[in-house]
Ligand binder design. Structure first.
Ligand code: GLP
Length: 260
């Protein structure tokens, strides 16, 4: 894993958006996996600025990481609506270039299998953006998710429902219990996985992900198995890293032609 410690969230967003811009220049129809939550917003802001500055994303395809089960179609907090609002519209993409699991499907298990297949048929994810839950989850793979899991239905922990209640008028009753999420095995198939974590409340999860043992208890630790995983953290989220100085020195000495 490459660990990059940046001064703040905006710098993390700029770094990751630059890597996406480089990918898109090399592969105009790249499939970019997007994440929801507050953390990736600086990435989308920086990418939108690059598009305004001339970056051509007209052939880029995007895919969703996860989705709540049971929210009515068009619910503003469904991840589909969120991605349309935060990524599709600002970047000027068409909804046709965007795939995601249908959280309203009657047969959720079949929908999950169908989405896994759709990702493979689209040629696989080139660049997967990830955030991290305070309990170390990626996508909605809660602790003790199988490290080999495929896209499937999961039940949210109470902690995640508490964390996400802020998107539902601070009313935990409105937060769904069930979700469809790309599995950890599915996520690990992306060619490049980039996790952004910012803020002091992510410091423990980041330390466990990067320096802890590989464990289903910390789903993000599965990134240790990935041949090209990048973890971008701000100073606050890096606070628990024992090897922080080593990570800083390594990144500072990186050849300028080599991106993340
Ligand atoms: C949700 C999403 C995750 C995201 C996490 C953290 O649980 N399913 O993909 O990483 O929230 O969100 P935030 O970045 O707002 O802390």
């Amino acid at each position: 894993m490459e660990i990059v410690i940046v001064p703040d969230a905006a710098a993390g967003g700029e770094l990751i958006a630059s890597a996406i811009a480089e990918l898109v220049t090399r592969k105009p129809d790249a499939l970019v996996g997007v994440a929801t939550g507050s953390t990736p917003l600086p990435i989308y802001t920086a990418l939108t600025a690059k598009v305004a500055g001339g970056l051509d994303v007209s052939r880029v395809r995007i895919c969703q990481l996860d989705e709540y089960v049971g929210l009515p179609a068009g619910h503003p907090e469904s991840y589909r609506s969120t991605v349309i609002r935060q990524v599709v519209e600002p970047l000027g993409l068409s909804e046709a270039s965007f795939i995601g699991p249908d959280g309203t499907a009657e047969d959720v298990a079949a929908e999950a299998i169908h989405y896994d297949r759709a990702l493979a048929e689209a040629g696989g994810v080139d660049f997967q953006i990830l955030g991290i839950g305070t309990d170390g989850h990626i996508g909605f793979n809660e602790p003790c998710s199988s490290l080999a899991s495929r896209t499937r239905i999961k039940t949210l922990t109470e902690q995640t429902r508490v964390d996400n209640a802020r998107f539902f008028e601070d009313d935990i009753e409105q937060v769904p219990h069930h979700v469809i999420t790309q599995g950890i095995g599915t996520i690990l198939e992306a060619r490049h996985v980039v996790l952004l974590a910012t803020g002091a409340n992510k410091a423990d999860a980041v330390a466990a992900t990067v320096e802890g043992p590989l464990s289903a208890l910390v789903p993000a630790s599965a990134l240790q198995l990935h041949p090209h995983a990048t973890v971008v953290v701000d100073e606050a989220a890096a606070a628990g890293l024992k090897l922080a100085d080593y990570f800083r020195a390594t990144y500072a000495a990186k050849p300028s032609w080599q991106s993340i």
